[in-house]
Design a protein around this ligand. Structure first.
Ligand code: ZN
Length: 305
C-alpha cells in the first residue's frame, strides 16, 4: 500500500495583516486535485497570470521572509509559515487564494494555519504521494569563513532538521535544536514558535517603511536584557524552533516531501533557497520515490494526524 496524496476537505478562510505592508489580507485555502502541489492565486490581480506555483524556482526575494514571483511579475510574500503548516498537516495539494501581496502574519507562527487546516479536514486523493529521497550530501555556505552560515542536506531514514543559531547577544545567544518527525510533534513542538526581531532592527525597519504590521502580537521582540513580550516565550528555545519552522516552510518549496536530514548553522531563507537550487541541479543527489503507507506514516504525516 502506497501513501496517497492529500488535500483539504473543504474551503476555509481567514484574514490578518501583512507583517511588512500592515494591510488587511484575506486568505482562503481550497481543495485541489492530484499533482496540483501548493499554488498561490492572487485574486486581486487583473490582466496578468494570478497563479504562483509554490516552487523554489519562483523565489524572488529572501530578505525578510520568502517571496515568490511568477513570470508575469505577480508576487506573494511571507509564504513560509503557511507552507510549514501545510507540510506539517500532510497536505500535498492546495490552492491558496489571497487578495494582497503578502500572506498575513497572524500571530507570527504556523499555529493559526494549522488550526485552519484542521477545521477544513483532510481528503485522501486517488494517487500515490511523491517523495524526494536524498541520495548524496549537498552543502551550501555563505562564504569560506569558518564562522559563516551554512546548510546541508544528506540521506536519512526519515525527515529531520537540526539547526544551530548564534546571535552573539545576551538574550538569544546560542541555541540548537533537532526536529525529527519520528520523535516529536510538529503541532505541539514546533508550529507555535513565533518569528522574532531585535528592538533596534524593528525601529530601523519602521524607518524604511517595512514591518508596518509588526507588533508584540505577531513577533517576539528582543531587547538588550530580555524579550519585550509580556507573556514571555512559548518554548525556552523558541528562536531556534522558529528557524526550523522557517526552514521546513522554505524546503517544502521542493514541491514534495523530502526524505533526508537538513543541518544548518546560522542559516536562513537565502541559504534554504540556494540549497534547493544546488540540490536539484545535481541529478545524482536525489530521486523520486513512492513510500509504503507505514514508511510514510513514520516520516511524513507526523503526529498532527
Ligand atoms: Zn518565520
Amino acid at each position: 500500500m502506497f501513501s496517497y496524496q492529500k488535500t483539504i476537505g473543504n474551503k476555509v478562510s481567514c484574514f490578518g495583516i501583512g507583517l511588512h505592508t500592515g494591510v488587511r489580507v484575506d486568505v482562503s485555502l481550497n481543495p485541489a486535485g492530484v499533482d496540483t502541489g501548493i499554488v498561490f492565486k492572487r485574486n486581486d490581480v487583473k490582466g496578468k497570470n494570478p497563479a504562483i506555483e509554490a516552487s523554489y524556482k519562483n523565489v524572488s526575494n529572501t530578505m525578510l521572509g520568502t517571496t515568490l514571483r511568477n513570470e508575469d511579475g505577480v508576487s506573494v510574500a511571507t509564504i513560509e509559515h503557511l507552507m510549514a503548516a501545510l507540510w506539517g498537516c500532510g497536505i500535498d495539494n492546495c490552492v491558496v487564494e489571497i487578495n494582497g501581496p503578502e500572506v498575513p502574519i497572524m500571530d507570527g507562527s504556523s499555529e493559526p494555519f494549522v488550526f485552519l487546516i484542521e477545521c477544513a479536514g483532510k481528503k485522501e486523493l486517488n494517487k500515490a504521494r511523491k517523495v524526494i529521497e536524498v541520495l548524496k550530501e549537498i552543502k551550501v555556505s555563505e562564504s569560506d569563513d569558518a564562522n559563516s552560515g551554512y546548510i546541508s542536506i544528506a540521506p536519512a531514514d526519515g525527515f529531520s532538521v537540526g539547526l544551530e543559531i548564534d546571535f552573539g547577544d545576551k538574550v538569544i545567544s546560542k541555541q540548537n535544536c533537532v526536529f525529527d518527525s519520528r520523535d516529536v510533534s510538529f503541532k505541539s513542538d514546533l508550529c507555535r514558535a513565533r518569528t522574532f526581531g531585535f528592538e533596534h532592527e524593528v525601529n530601523y525597519l519602521r524607518e524604511q517603511g517595512l514591518a508596518r504590521g509588526g507588533s508584540l502580537d505577531n513577533a517576539i521582540v528582543v531587547g538588550k536584557e530580555g524579550v519585550l513580550n509580556k507573556d514571555g516565550l512559548r518554548y525556552s528555545d523558541e528562536f531556534v524552533r522558529h528557524k526550523i519552522l522557517d526552514c521546513i516552510g522554505d524546503v517544502y518549496l521542493a514541491g514534495a516531501y523530502i526524505k533526508g536530514h537538513l543541518h544548518g548553522f546560522k542559516s536562513g531563507h537565502a541559504l534554504n533557497n540556494q540549497l534547493l537550487h544546488e540540490f536539484f541541479a545535481d541529478e545524482d543527489a536525489w530521486r523520486v520515490v513512492q513510500l509504503s503507507d507505514s514508511d510514510s506514516a513514520s516520516m511524513l504525516d507526523h503526529k498532527v494526524q
